[in-house]
Structures are given as C-alpha cells and as structure tokens.
Write a protein that binds this ligand. Sequence first.
Ligand SMILES: [Zn+2]
Length: 579
Amino acid sequence: MKNWKFVVVAAALIAGTAVAQQDAAPIAQQPKVQPAADVAPVSAAKPVSSSPLTLDQVVDRMIQREHALMSFLRTRTPLVETYLQNLKRDPELGAAPKDDRYFLGRLDLSSTVERRDYLSKDESFEKNLLGGMGKLFKLEYDPMGFSWMIFADRDEFDRAHYDFKFIRREFLGDVRCLVFDVTPKKDSGKGRFLGRIWVEDQDFNIVRLNGTYAPRPKNAYFFHMDSWRLNMIPGYWLPAYIYSEEGDFSYGSKDKLAFKAQSRIWGYDIKKRSQENELAQITVDSVKDESVAAADPSPLAAQREWQQQAEDNVIERLESAGLLAPAGDVDKILLTVVNNLMITNNIDLPGQVRTRTMLTSPLETFSVGNTIVVSRGLVDVLPDEACLAMVLSHELAHIVLGHNLGSKFAFTDRMLFSDQATYQNFGFRHSPEEETSADAKALEILKKSPYASKLDSPSLFLKELSARAPEISALLTPHLGNAFVNDKGQLVRMSALATSGPELKPDKLDQIAALPLGGRLKVNPWNDQVDLVKAAPVTIVSVRDKMPFEVTPFFPHLSRMENPGSVGTATAANRAPQK
Ligand SMILES: [Zn+2]
C-alpha cells in the first residue's frame, strides 16, 4: 500500500517542518488481540490479576462504573455520525456496496439515548435513494438504532436482570481485559443486551461490547454491533466507534437485509470548549482595541480585514458546532502539501493560507477566505500525497483566483444559529463557471509542482470515484462545499485528469486507486483532535481486499491515558498495581 512518505521528503526539502518529520517512521501498531495464556475460566472465589478482588466483586465494580459513565455523560451532547452501505453479492468483489446512507446528529444522553439530526428533511436519503421502499427501510434503519449500543443497557444493567460469565483474559491493544459473556435473565424483559463485554482490569470499565439485543421484536430488527470505547479522560472510557453488520452471503442464505455501517461519536466536550473560547475572545478583543489607532486601513486593506473576520467567524463556528477539528498536526501536513504547490508556482498571497480538517465522512472540500477545509472521509480514502495535492490544488486555485465566498459571515448575527442548523446556514458552493476555472488553474498548478510526474494516481482515484459514484452517492453528497459528481453521478471535479492517464484495472492487485474509509485519520472523541492512524501496511492478496470507499470494521488500538497520576477523584478506588 502506498504511503505519504513523500510528505516527509517534501517537508524536509522545502518547508522543513518538525511535525511532518515525526511522521517519518510509522510505528507498526497493528490492532492485536492476544488471548492470555490462562484461557481456562477462573473460579469465582479466585482473585483475578494482582488485585484483591473476586470475580463477583469485579462484576459489581464494572456495573458501578457503567452507571458512573452514564451519569458522567448525562450532560453531554456528542455528535454521532452513521455511514451505512447496503450490500449486494458481486461475483468478483463478494459483498459489495449497492447504495449508501448517511446520518449525522447530536446525541442527548440525559435520560434516554435521543438523537437530533443535523441533516434537514430535504437532505434525508430516504427520499433520494430508497424510493418506494422508504417506509420499510425507515423502520429498520432508524438512525437511533445505531446509537443503542453506547451502553449495554441504559435502564437496568444489574445482576437482577443479567448473568455474567467470565470467559478469559485478553489484551485489546495495550489494555489487559477480562472478558465476560452477558445474558439476560429469564423473563427480564424485551430489548436486553446479549453478547460479550471486555472490561479493563484496573478500574473495571467496559471498553468493548459485542452482540445484539434480545428478544427480537416481531416487526423490527436489532442490529448486531461491535462497540468500542476510548480512554480519553481520566477514569472514563468514552463510547467512540460502533460497527454494525447484517447479512449472510453464503450460498443458499435467504437474508434479505445486508449492510455494513460505521458509527462514530465525538464532541463530548463541545459545550465546555466553546465557553473557554468565549473567554479567550474577550481577552483578544481588549488587546485589539488598544492597537486600532495605530494605522488607518486602505479600502483594499479594509476589504481584506472584513474577509478575514468572516473567515475567522466561520471557522470558529464550525469548530464550536463540533464539525471541525481544532487546529493540529494533520493540518500541518495538509499545509506542507499546499506550500509545496505554492512555492513551486511562485504563488504569493496577501494572507496566510490555512488548512483545517472537517470531522465528517462525506468526501468534500471547501474554502472560506484563505482557509481550505478537507473532510476526514476524503483524507481517509486518498491513496497518496499526489491525490491530496490534487484535492488541495482545486481549493488553492479558488483562493488564487479570488473566488472568495462567505464574506457575509463577517456579520456576527449570522453566527447565531443552533448547531443543528449549521448545514442550513452555511454553504460554500461555487458557481459552475468558478468550478471550471478553478479546475483549469489547479491543473496548471499541479503541472508545475513536485507532483507533476505523479499525476497517474489522482487520475486513477478520480476514475475509481467516477466508477463507484452510483453506489456511494451519500458519501459523495457534500454538505458545505462543491461535489465531485453531479446529480447524474458524473464526475465534475478535475475531470480533465480523469480522461487522461492510465486505465483503471480493478483486478490488478498493485493498482490501489482509493482506500477504504478510516485508514488515515482518527478522532479524539473528547476534544475532537485528529491524528494520523499509525497502521503498518497490510498486503493485499485479492481483489476483495481493495475495498475502495468502503466501510470496514473498527479495531482501534486501545491504550490507557498517559499521566494516570492526574486521575484524581474521577476514578474508582482500589487501582490494581500496574503489571
Ligand atoms: Zn471548487
């Protein structure tokens, strides 16, 4: 699999940033599950690990911690995104996407798990994709359904309703876990969790849940889910990833429903962070006031100042709505590529170009003033740096050509809308004419850049995107920027590149035109920071391994937070000594 090593080379040659260099040696952190040597069940009386607890006490502690997590999250309203691909049987590819759906909302964890949607009714995919089937699927694909497994059982997770059977010890990443099978007691009611839980062996928090709910109601499905939590704050493991999959493609199977879906949860700390921003804002404003008298701006300078203000307002608003990651290392990598394009093309702009990462999956880019925004999903599927340069060159072209959008957002009243209404209030779509001229300029920039000799891969990427467009229209529907394809699924972005270059050969194993989702960036669900995934390349052995633009299961490398010394009162007592 190709890598972004060129970023490092280019950075060392041109920009020399320390951040990109850190990236030079990807640490092989393959998700690993190592069953511990002692697979045999431990009797209830025998202490587990070095902590003086019996298994019964472990179960009690775990139930206690689960309730502590529920009350800790009661005031939180994280974002939850579900991206679903319906599957069909394909003779070459096996189970392959047939169509797709996208949901984005805020979870209210106060009493019941409730979900408010970001996408307006008009943008809902029932209308566009499911046609006459809408009603049936609506029942089955209630977006809520994918959020259930945030907790094992919201209401009655206790010994009165469940049996817990210790299975073994097992490592998930760096974290040693105790594995239990959980079964609802007889007549304990409907919709009880049935499956397996992994409990870390220091504070006894659940870190992974795998299973479904039982008994199944007559007219609905409970999906199977694999739910993962991350230790991003002391003492708590936050629900972050849920993978769901249904359908059996074995010969003779009669399963009607076949799909795979990824749900991601982030933005747990949004409320608090926006309050901090307000405080920071006050300080900055008072400093500004004192320097205003220093110089009077020219009309052009005033115009630029105005645009800068609009740009800052929009970026800040998107960040406080939980849609944009805070500025970080990934942005610096994107900026290195932009700098490579600018330096080799002698582009000199009055303002500093900035790059930011949007936290959502749909493949989109847009720019506000001098800030280029790229979605996480898009960065995920790009196979190499030349493709990233292709994506960024289009937005850089808009900036160079002065296609500035969004100056109306310099009026701060236009920032006063609910987070859920972000997509209705913001939009940075260019006219078709501006799109065409940006494409032409982008191609010119690329041909003078260090990526000029590497344009085969962006060409293949666009061909693959174009070929897959009918099956992934939800993933290709942008919410703030311009689309790669039009309503007919025809490629409209950088199409000149797609009509030249090598032929797309899906059966050629060394031709990787696009990657599956989730392979590049990981999001910290607490503070929304994005980081590069440090995965070692895995050899592709068949066409079915390529999975361009596809959803795959999650297997995060679990580790405990660093600095356990700062745990304070948030943790349960009796920390077991480190192994
Ligand atoms: Zn554009």
